[in-house]
Design a protein around this ligand. Structure first.
Ligand code: G
Ligand code: MN
Length: 269
């Protein structure tokens, strides 16, 4: 993309964010063993007036611009907190929701205070928010290993590493990381369970993560045969089209009406 085109996209995205053209979809995350909902991931969509609903692939390149990254991240945190707050006021069972945050924004000044203020002003505990940092970004490594998230964790926010296995995947980093959740990249699951080599990779990773007592979310579960194969690891959490597609409105997330299971306690359960 040419520089002028990129600049135009950035401006258009920022205009769209303030004009209410963006909205959050939610995808459930489920306990393997029982199928109960534990949490969800918030996923941004652009309800474009000309092109219809756009997935992040269509506009994510704009996030390299620090102003777009900040505007979009705060939109996501505000919109998710608002919907959780409303859900809670309606007396429904609340569950934590993960939001995708670029490491550059998570590292920025006053980020922790902003997150806390947004959560509290919507009447929710910051502990209902989980930050997903992409492993595909170099800065995540610094962020997760150097205690830079301590302030966030002090207010109860949990930290997940997203897309694990496709980015820098430093196994040495895993032992040093100060995080709560590892989300296995959906690419790892594509050929499971038909390809023995793909199964060997995923098995080894799940066994390792289980030994480290990290909560694991397996992403991209699309078929019943994948779900059956994964049942060998009853403590994992699962996310994917097989369990539910991203959907607008918390009420449309499958399983949201029953009492959710507290996911961070599963490993030691
Ligand atoms: O990188 P991250 O894990 O945040 O990506 C989430 C994206 O994956 C969302 O855009 C979501 O729509 C998509 N997604 C969710 N479940 C599945 C699935 O089962 N298969 C595939 N191919 N994509 C999925
Ligand atoms: Mn994610």
């Amino acid at each position: 993309m040419k520089i002028e085109e990129k600049e135009q996209l950035c401006q258009r995205v920022r205009r769209g964010l303030s004009a209410g053209e963006f909205a959050m979809a939610f995808q459930g995350i489920y306990q393997m063993k029982t199928g109960a909902l534990t949490s969800a991931e918030a996923l941004i969509r652009w309800l474009h007036p000309e092109y219809g609903t756009l997935l992040p692939d269509a506009f994510i390149s704009a996030i390299e611009d620090p102003r777009v990254a900040a505007d979009m991240t705060y939109f996501v945190i505000k919109s998710t907190s608002r919907q959780l707050g409303q859900w809670q006021r309606e007396g429904r069972p609340v569950f934590p929701i993960a939001v995708n945050v670029p490491p550059s924004v998570a590292m920025s000044e006053h980020f922790t205070q902003h997150v806390e203020r947004i959560a509290r002003s919507n009447g929710i505990s910051p502990g209902l928010l989980q930050l997903e940092l992409s492993e595909a970004e170099d800065a995540t490594r610094v962020l997760a290993s150097k205690g830079l998230m301590a302030g966030l964790r002090d207010i109860g926010v949990t930290i997940a590493i997203d897309d694990f296995g496709t980015g820098y995947s430093s196994l040495a980093m895993l032992s040093a990381m100060d995080i709560d959740v590892v989300k296995l990249a959906k690419e790892l699951l594509v050929e499971v369970p038909t390809c023995p080599r793909a199964c060997a990779v995923v098995s080894a990773m799940l066994n390792l993560l289980q030994t480290l007592r990290l909560t694991v979310v397996v992403e991209g579960v699309e078929t019943q045969s994948q779900a059956k194969w994964l049942a060998q690891w009853p403590h994992v959490l699962t996310q994917g089209f097989y369990y539910g597609r991203p959907t607008f409105g918390l009420a449309n997330v499958p399983g949201c009406k029953r009492a959710p299971v507290r996911h961070l306690e599963l490993v030691s359960a």
